[in-house]
Design a protein around this ligand. Structure first.
Ligand code: MOS
Length: 736
């Protein structure tokens, strides 16, 4: 199916087309926008995690300087709950009653002339609670357990019979903590009503979802709502859902009849825009003494908020990772009095891979096999559930080329056998099979009289490079220079685009842009179909190609003419065409749709006397299908690698078990790597375009993170003989 033949512009590691805007400060992020008459909002968050509001006194806040309105559950209008969607459902509508479901829950919004006045007045809102004992632990017997929440539990073969054949079985519990996404850009919303029409600037990864959700929530026509997000200061999943603060800002703007801006504070970011929920995972893996996997059983338990349905199937990745005949996976959620979780970079995979790839190493060692050799021996040449060949899979090349680059052959198998002075050295690796995720997407392409092109779709670029790679792709497909193409996004008035999430946007959008550009060339052929003056008269799309702004016959490049000439001769200012992509179906293609694959190789150095753990080197070998820009794609993997090191060794959102308060909700307290914690990271891309789609890109947004926790844990084991089963890996776990 892959039809993109050339590689003139596509693939080249060009600089970001939006870089000049960013470095000169002219890229406008949501909180950079101002409107005439704009006023500012601040939130009041609950200081208890469960119970009721017995009384709320807003009189001092209302009397404070500059205050225009204080809205609470007593005065808020009734709201519908937004629609539920995969990766982007709406949490419960805010301020609809007196119940408190979590610490930090928004219980009032204050609007004032200045942001400082709003924040000051918010502190004057006096709340009396009837506090209840919060449910904060997944093993609290009061926690409601949601069984098989997504219908994704799987069973293949006969798990009991599989374990009966095993010569070696490892069975352990792994835990991962809550993590908070923490994009650098504080999330902001600016809402402005004109009658029933509404314009919203928002830090969202999905403008169309904000539009649809707000139409539902406020019962106004979707056609009057415009959502803008030309630049977003990072997301990591925090911008996938339509959060309470967005809804409250829109509500406040309607009440005060002025544009209202709200910017979350950093502590509010920890309770308002999702987080990676913690997990407790039981994993059991069995193999024969020859090193054949015969059974994998993986149970995941994750936390979820009251009345929420966040999507986090942590065990599901274990189904397709290996050619193992007997597999059982099962996920449950425990309902707690916590802020709503949400997708955080590689949701579910990030947690599940840590347990699976740690256990795989333990089994390999138990059968006396090199961990790389063990993974290659149990390689899934076809999709283990569907029994179909993969649309692409170069995981074997990831392992082999990554191992070569890393120098895996220098590894001596015995734990503690490699040293450099006082440092113990450990080599570890992990494999990653990232799931395929693509949803429908649309784009529109135009070529104007001056020969330039304008291509757009309501997608977002959350720092990943969407502007750049789509500009390159359109330039390639339209035979133009990058400088002649403008790609625009971040506006819900543009053709529909899905979320920048699930590592799926680049795949979906590139196929939509491909279709739009091909149709646009067809439009030009249609215009000259009966044009006796045109050397392209009667030409079919397959007969022509485009070079230097000219459509010409493939067999004779002289037989052609420029876009500009065709438009001028026919008195047209521009031609446009729409394209859409619908995700392919495995059954139709006879192929299992593949996401990205990767192998991560890590060297750690440990000072056993001090418990110091340093990541010394990382090599990531990635099969991401077609790479549209080797520089931005490598940047994605490098950023994800830092996120993976962060998950493995630093990040833990600490909840006070008494009050449900987030105890480390600042950048001073929430640990993450600094430059000194981040080593040389090498990225190599292997494999080629995926066969299932026209452009054949698979998305590299999340695979960079996955596998680091297991690879670091495996390297720590190799260095010390100690298996760490609880993230983050900290000094106290390493003191020998
Ligand atoms: Mo991603 S966590 O799907 O933004």
């Amino acid at each position: 199916m892959t039809t993109l033949e050339t590689g003139r512009t596509v693939g080249a590691g060009i600089d970001r087309v939006d870089a000049p805007l960013k470095v000169t400060g002219s890229a406008h992020y949501p909180n950079d926008f101002s409107l005439p008459g704009m006023v500012h909002a601040a939130l009041v968050g609950s200081t208890v995690a469960a119970g009721r509001i017995r009384g709320i006194d807003v009189s001092r806040a209302e009397a404070a300087p500059g205050v225009l309105a204080v809205i609470t559950h007593l005065t808020a209008p009734a709201l519908e709950r937004g629609p539920m969607t995969l990766l982007g459902g709406s949490p419960p509508a805010p301020m609809q009653d007196d119940r408190i479901l979590h610490y930090g829950q928004h219980i009032a919004i204050v609007v004032a002339e200045s942001a400082e006045q709003a924040r000051h007045a918010a502190r004057l809102v006096h709340v009396e609670y009837e506090a209840a004992k919060a449910v904060l632990d997944v093993d609290d017997p009061r926690a409601e357990i949601v069984e098989n929440p997504w219908g994704l539990d799987t069973q293949r073969g006969d798990i009991a019979a599989g374990f009966a054949q095993a010569d070696v079985v490892v069975e352990d519990t792994y835990t991962t903590p809550d993590n908070t996404n923490n994009p650098l850009g504080l999330m902001a919303t600016l809402a402005s009503w004109h009658g029933d029409a509404l314009t919203v600037h928002d830090s969202t990864q999905w403008p169309h979802n904000v539009r649809t959700s707000l139409a539902t929530i406020f019962k106004v026509p979707e056609s009057g709502i415009r959502v803008l997000a030309p630049f977003v200061g990072g997301g990591f999943g925090a911008g996938l859902r339509v959060w309470s603060h967005v809804i409250l800002t829109v509500m406040a703007a309607r009440q005060v009849k002025r544009p209202v801006k709200l910017v979350l504070s950093r502590p509010e970011m920890f309770t308002s825009v999702g987080h990676r929920p913690n997990s407790v995972q039981q994993i059991k893996v069995g193999a024969t003494r020859d090193g054949d996997l015969v059974a994998i059983e993986h149970h995941g338990m994750s936390s979820v908020a009251m009345e929420d349905d966040d999507y986090e199937p942590v065990s599901f990745g274990s189904v397709v990772a290996y050619a193992c005949p007997n597999v059982l996976t099962r996920d449950r959620q425990a309902r707690l009095n916590i802020p709503c979780p949400g997708s955080m970079r590689a949701p579910a995979e990030g947690q599940g891979n840590f347990a699976l790839e740690s256990a795989i190493d333990d089994v390999a060692r138990a059968v006396g096999m090199d961990p790389l050799e063990f993974r290659l021996r149990n390689y899934a040449d076809e999709h283990p559930l569907l029994g179909l060949p993969w649309s692409s899979k170069a995981l074997r090349e990831c392992y082999l080329e990554g191992a070569e680059r890393f120098g895996w052959s220098r590894r001596t198998p015995e734990p503690g056998s490699m040293r450099d002075g006082r440092w113990l050295i450990g080599y570890g690796l992990a494999g990653v099979s990232y799931p395929f995720y693509q949803v429908p997407c649309q784009a529109r392409a135009s070529v104007r009289r001056d020969g330039s092109a304008y291509v757009r779709s309501a997608a977002t670029d959350i720092g990943t490079g969407t502007y750049t790679v789509m500009t390159q792709l359109a330039a390639e497909l339209l035979g133009l220079e990058v400088e002649q193409v403008r790609f625009d996004l971040g506006d819900s008035d543009m053709p529909y685009a899905p979320q920048a999430g699930g590592s799926g946007l680049t795949g979906a959008l590139s196929n939509a842009v491909h279709t739009a550009c091909r149709r646009l060339v067809q439009e030009f052929l249609d215009v000259v179909a009966d044009d006796a003056a045109s050397p392209l008269r009667g030409a079919m799309l397959d007969d022509v190609t485009v070079t230097d702004g000219r459509v010409h016959r493939i067999e004779d490049a002289a037989q052609g003419e420029s876009y500009a000439d065709i438009l001028a001769r026919h008195g047209l200012e521009e031609l446009s065409a729409d394209g859409r992509s619908t995700p392919p179906q495995s059954e139709d293609l006879g192929m299992a749709l593949a996401g990205a694959f990767g192998a991560k190789f890590v060297e750690v150095r440990i000072d056993p006397a001090l418990g110091l753990l340093r990541v010394a080197r990382v090599v990531s070998a990635i099969d991401g299908g077609r790479i549209l820009n080797e520089k931005t794609a490598a940047s994605q993997i490098i950023g994800g690698t830092v996120g993976g090191i962060s998950q493995a060794m630093f990040e833990e959102t600490a909840t006070d078990r008494g009050t449900g308060r987030i105890a480390n909700a600042t950048f001073g307290d929430y640990l993450m790597p600094v430059n000194a914690d981040v080593p040389d990271m090498e990225v190599l891309f292997v494999g080629g375009p995926d066969r299932a789609t026209a452009v054949g890109t698979k998305g590299v947004g999340e695979i960079g993170l996955v596998g680091l926790a297991a690879a670091i844990g495996n390297a720590v084991h190799h260095a010390t003989g100690r298996r760490i089963r609880s993230l983050p890996i900290t000094i106290d776990q390493l003191m020998l």
